[in-house]
Design a protein. Structure first.
Length: 192
């Protein structure tokens, strides 16, 4: 009998929590490219949901989205829920319309939003190396990678090196004007 009464009490409290404290307002903060309704659908967070049962576990599907770097859930007052989102920023446009973010994550469909140099290449995507080159050569028009090495296409010249470290070192020195520059461990080859 006590078990039945305890179960009835728990069921009554659960139903009361659904009715007494519904979510009245859901606010999404920090979006630049994503749509709030898409995020709320992924998190299964809607007005009318029980406010007491809106827990941080609802953010798990959002944390799997490559566009989202960080999420946080707040309940500033009864009936109100605030979802903070920090989006990743696209940096390098990749072939096929995707982009590489500033922290090395591939963002689907972000190519047109990426301000950096165009990336072309063959083989596995060397994310860290491309990010280093983009930072070292902010005025580059294109970055290319092949099994033979890396190319940096600038306005007036094209640089090649079999390893990224040579290009990074070269970015810090005064460059001669040449149309093609080849960087190797033994020296620099310049073509006018």
């Amino acid at each position: 009998m006590r078990t039945i009464l305890a179960l009835l009490l728990l069921a009554t409290l659960y139903v009361a929590s659904l009715v007494l404290f519904p979510v009245e307002k859901v606010e999404v903060v920090g979006l630049r490219h994503l749509k709030p309704e898409d995020l709320l659908a992924k998190a299964r967070l809607h007005p009318g949901d029980p406010w007491l049962w809106v827990l941080p576990q609802r953010l798990a599907p959002l944390q799997k989205d490559p566009w989202i770097a960080e999420t946080r859930l707040e309940k500033p007052r009864p009936g109100a829920v605030r979802l903070y989102v920090r989006e990743r920023k696209p940096l390098l446009p990749l072939p096929g319309g995707d982009a590489l973010s500033e922290d090395g994550v591939v963002l689907p469909g972000a190519g047109p939003l990426a301000p950096g140099p165009k990336v072309e290449g063959k083989g596995p995507l060397p994310k860290e190396d491309l990010l280093k080159l983009a930072r070292a050569y902010p005025k580059a028009k294109a970055l290319r990678y092949t099994p033979a090495g890396f190319w940096v296409v600038l306005d007036q010249s094209t640089l090649f090196a079999p390893e990224v470290r040579f290009l990074l070192e070269y970015a810090q020195v005064e460059r001669p004007s040449a149309s093609r520059v080849y960087l190797y461990s033994w020296g620099v080859s310049v073509r006018p």
